[in-house]
Design a protein around this ligand. Structure first.
Ligand SMILES: [Zn+2]
Length: 221
């Protein structure tokens, strides 16, 4: 359950031995293993998806669960609907021993993060990396190289993390609507986030420790 949900506990299934807990509390209190947190988030993502796909978007009939795979299917027109997964990128822009870190302006997140954004229709991941870095900071990048991915079900995301190198001028022109801060930091200046759940945090600490995938001319995209 999230704090933003309008439902009450009476709207939900109850099973002996189980109870509902708010996701932000599970995260804040750091209970359980990392995989348990991600299982809970995935359960929340699925529950929300079922709730939001009760009727066919094409003909308005009541949807039914598919019998062969995880899908909702319209018994009238055959329209299948699959779980909503939105691809997004996290980008670590590096320039030698410096990394670009940012703070969001209006999301209530007080710590540093990396450039991030959703893939738009028709884009490759590499296009998204270049566009988001340009939009948020005015910088041009090269040698884009994939690191790893992470589901982030609270926002229906599948995050793909990339490292890339600055290409040319390092002067930042920040998007002031999106960000409150964007700056270069040396490896030794990097402080991690309060917990170790996010791929963003892992990528920042990996760079701090000099373990990022190597770049150089002629590699990456
Ligand atoms: Zn239909």
């Amino acid at each position: 359950m999230t704090d933003g949900g309008k439902g009450t506990q009476d709207d939900f299934l109850h099973l002996d031995g189980y109870h509902y807990e708010r996701l932000h509390r599970i995260r804040a209190e750091g209970r359980g293993e990392k995989y348990q947190y991600f299982a809970a988030v995935t359960a929340y993502q699925l529950a929300r998806w079922y709730d939001h796909n009760r009727f066919c978007g094409h003909c308005g009939s009541r949807m039914e669960m598919g019998s062969r795979e995880r899908e909702m299917i319209c018994p009238n027109c055959g329209n299948p609907v699959y779980p909503k997964i939105m691809p997004a990128v996290i980008v670590a822009v590096t320039n030698g021993d410096r990394i670009l870190m940012t703070k969001y302006r209006n999301r209530g997140i007080g710590y540093y993060a990396l450039v991030a954004g959703f893939v738009e229709i028709g884009e490759t991941f590499e296009d998204t990396v270049r566009r988001e870095v340009m939009e948020e900071t005015g910088l041009t990048v090269k040698n884009i190289r994939y690191y790893k991915s992470q589901p982030w079900g609270i926002a229906d995301d599948l995050l793909a993390g990339f490292y890339c190198d600055l290409d040319g001028d390092d002067a930042i022109r920040m998007d002031e609507e999106e960000l409150s801060e964007a700056a270069w930091f040396e490896r030794g200046q990097i402080e991690g986030q309060p917990d170790h759940l996010s791929l963003t945090n892992e990528m920042m600490l990996t760079f701090r420790d000099g373990r990022e995938p190597s770049g150089g001319e002629g590699r990456g995209f």
